[in-house]
Design a protein around this ligand. Sequence first.
Ligand SMILES: *Cc1c(COP(=O)(O)O)cnc(C)c1O
Length: 495
Amino acid sequence: MRFQSTRDTNQEKFTSAQVIRKGLADDGGLFVPESIPSLTFEEIKTLCSMDYASRAAFILGKYLSDYTHEELLEDCKKAYSESSFVGGAAPLHHVKDNLYTQELWHGPTAAFKDMALQIMPRLLSRALKKTGEQRKALILVATSGDTGKAALEGYRDVDQVCISVFYPVNGVSKIQKLQMVTQQGQNVNVCAIHGNFDDAQTGVKRIFADANAAKMLNDKGFFLSSANSINWGRLAPQIVYYVSAYCDLLNAGRITLGETMNVCVPTGNFGNIFAAYLAKLMGLPIGKLICASNKNNILTDFLQTGTYDRNRQFHLTMSPSMDILISSNLERLLYFVAGAQQTKLYMESLARNGAYTVSDAVKARIDADFCGYFADEMQTAETIRKYAKDGYLMDTHTAVGVCCAEQYLNQSNDQDVPMVVASTASPYKFAADVYTSLGKAAPADPLQSQALLSEHTGTQIPYPLVGLGEREIRFDKTIDSKDLLQEVLGFADTQ
Ligand SMILES: *Cc1c(COP(=O)(O)O)cnc(C)c1O
């Protein structure tokens, strides 16, 4: 399997190890596989009797062809072990009728980013050896909260790698912030940025595109790599759990082989839902892909009108990991429905005008698979309250997903089709907002909210969040995004 850039300016092809090592293509595009491998019904049947790690090794093997099956299986077994994912890697929870959540947050940081970031550092480590790389990989991450912690935890003390994470100073929850600033490990750096997530992401992207920065880092013995969901090593592991959900529905007798399920994904950077789209392209029987947004509903508008326009107000919501106006992975979808040449033009228009409009033909192709809904803050809170009353507690992001799934069910004839909502975080990561949504007054201290939420609902605080308040704060710096390069160079000198 070879890969190329979504903009394909140089018509260059890359191996999977190269792609995982590089992160972003030199022309600014994202890496995509040259062709989509198929997943047959026979294979799905075989996967049904496997555990999650074996399912993952099998699916990853279709894309990462320069890793052996033994290597992938060894890494997956370590990544998705019982001690790391307590209660299973991606258990399907039956909520009611045909509504399911797939809980992707049982890992070491209590958010779904662990699903990819527990495996990706292992893949990168192997990629460095496979490509004969002598330098250290410096991972740069812009995060709206969950990626940062999950990446820090995944890369901490991994050989030949160090990691620097930037987050918007007022754009992450207090618990997310506490998780990051108390991070352990010798090869990690955490820094706040004045501005919102897009400022942080643009700052990081600028360094990736800066030849002079690359040279200075090279002279110090480093090269840059990304852990954001623009990296293929992040995306490929996310395909696995959609296949796994389908197997679980089969095993539970809820569907027969070949029947479809629908998938609803609370979306920010469009990575998670794009992985579901890939699973569908491979042959997994997925009907509709429902793209769920919060009040930052740029994707809902895009899917409805065909115009992507980021010239709009940015809102801070209680689902901060979805507070995004540039959904980078959408570029990959455009590549598959419109081709590289057209994608390049759309992206140029986005950079120049902050907007682009796809052709009618392209829109029709997107409509065949996707539809978009959004939930505002009131609807999100109401969804949390309603389901908690029936005994199921969900976080703010998952609630956006469930609310949008309900909207879709009300407007379609798909009530008989199982609907799987990606549940992307533990309610305890956003305890204050969840507690407030239940009609309670949340205390100022988020850790107290966790305790009260646990007491009120009789559910347990997940292991990664226990004792958060007692940990030492190691990082407390806030900088302007223009000073990002200086921060990175300074960190490199300590490594
Ligand atoms: C990252 C994240 C999302 C959005 O996922 P994308 O792949 O960026 O679309 C949703 N919910 C939570 C809790 C997240 O951490």
